[in-house]
Structure formats: structure tokens, C-alpha cells
Design a protein around this ligand. Structure first.
Ligand code: ADP
Length: 207
């Protein structure tokens, strides 16, 4: 399985690149932000609780998003792989994801981080807020709060994957297509290395 964690601050372009990656690699997109917004739209208890936090730019509790991911994995057992967008956002979420993936005899293949400076993020999100009707994109203070939460709570997730040699960073400023090609190069190199490992292991068994 190919399981990609797409990482980066709000406004880095994770959603845009996810759509292109899904089409190219036939992956199932799991965006915790989208899953939460769907709960809000359905007016569920979980959605009501999450909305208050999301509107303030704060994180929803770990157990809530982990539970959502757990049920998505359980209902997509035939997927060729997943693209995780906006998850994991904390180290406990990353640890839980590893444990969940182990249940399915798989794991995170790699994390790809899109790096974008704060001023560019703020201007992109304010622009998105004009048409997206996302309250959290319509107020500069809330956007800056989300970037701060990313820097203080989420950025350390990169270290978690770096320790497993799975971390790759890219400049998230540039043409969408150029960034997409760079992401594909990382994924293709990863897949080539995995195929080579499997070939060597098969040869060792035969020898
Ligand atoms: P963005 O990346 O633009 O902030 P998302 O759609 O990924 O947008 O997330 C929107 C909001 O949903 C976040 O600010 C947060 O409140 C909540 N959220 C999404 N994913 C998570 C997560 N993995 N852990 C905690 N909260 C989350």
C-alpha cells in the first residue's frame, strides 16, 4: 500500500495537491478537516463540539479525529492506499496512526511537507475565505492563530517521521504543477526503493 501523509501549515496547498495525487495514484483521500466539516453539515453532536474549536482556530481533541480515521480505515479495506491530509496534527495522533496501520499490516510510506512562509499563508487563506464560506478563513487573527497552533503543536510531527527516515520537505511556493511533479518524484523514488527491497528479500528467500 502507498500511504502518504501530506503535511504543512493551513494554506500550504495540501488540498490542491491531494486532488492531483488521488487521480495519479488511485488513493483514498482522508482529510480530517473535510470529515469534521461533514459532521458539522450533518449537525451531529461531534460536529457541534468540533465547530466551536474549529471556528477559533484550535485543534479538535485527538480522540475525536483518531476515531474518525479509525472508522474510515475500517470502511476502505480494499483501497490501494491513503492520502492523509491535515492528519496527524499532533504526536499522539501520529502514534495512533502507526498503531492503526499496523492492524492492517501496513504503515505510513512517507510524509511530504509543503513549506510556505506565514505572510503568503495569510494572503492565500484570506483569498480562499472570500469564496469558501469557511469562517476560519475570513478573519486574519483566526488564520494567524491556526499558523501559531501549527508551529507550536503540529510542526513537531515532522520530527516523528524524520526519526523514521520518512520525512521530505518541499518549497510550497511555485506553480501547482511544478510542486506536484516534485511530490511525484519523491513518491516514485519511494516506490522504486520498496520494490527493490521486496526483490532482494525474495532473492534471499530463494537463495
Ligand atoms: P487548514 O489546514 O486550512 O487549517 P483543515 O480543513 O485541515 O484546514 O482543518 C480545519 C480545522 O479542523 C483545524 O483548524 C482544526 O480545528 C480541525 N482539525 C482538522 N484536522 C485536525 C486534526 N488532525 N486534529 C485536530 N484538529 C483538526
Amino acid at each position: 500500500m502507498l500511504n502518504i501523509v501530506l503535511f504543512g501549515p493551513p494554506g500550504a496547498g495540501k488540498g490542491t495537491q491531494s486532488q492531483k495525487l488521488i487521480a495519479r495514484y488511485n488513493l483514498v483521500h482522508l482529510s480530517t478537516g473535510d470529515l469534521l466539516r461533514s459532521q458539522i453539515a450533518q449537525g451531529t453532536e461531534l460536529g457541534l463540539r468540533a465547530k466551536k474549536l474549529m471556528d477559533e482556530g484550535l485543534l479538535v481533541p485527538d480522540e475525536v479525529v483518531i476515531g474518525m480515521i479509525e472508522s474510515q480505515l475500517a470502511s476502505n479495506t480494499t483501497a490501494a492506499g491513503f492520502i492523509f491530509d491535515g492528519f496527524p496534527r499532533t504526536v499522539p495522533q501520529a502514534e495512533s496512526l502507526d498503531a492503526l496501520m499496523q492492524r492492517y499490516d501496513t504503515g505510513v510510506s512517507c510524509m511530504i511537507a509543503l513549506e510556505v512562509a506565514e505572510e503568503e499563508l495569510v494572503s492565500r487563506l484570506l483569498e480562499r475565505g472570500k469564496t469558501s464560506n469557511r469562517i476560519d478563513d475570513q478573519d486574519e487573527a483566526k488564520i494567524r492563530k491556526r499558523v501559531t497552533v501549527y508551529n507550536t503543536e503540529t510542526a513537531q510531527v515532522a520530527g516523528f517521521y524524520a526519526a523514521q527516515q520518512k520525512f521530505h520537505a518541499l518549497n510550497g511556493i511555485g506553480a501547482i504543477e511544478d510542486i506536484f511533479q516534485q511530490i511525484c518524484t519523491i513518491i516514485d523514488q519511494h516506490q522504486a526503493a520498496t520494490t527493490e527491497d521486496t526483490r532482494q528479500a525474495t532473492d534471499e528467500v530463494k537463495a
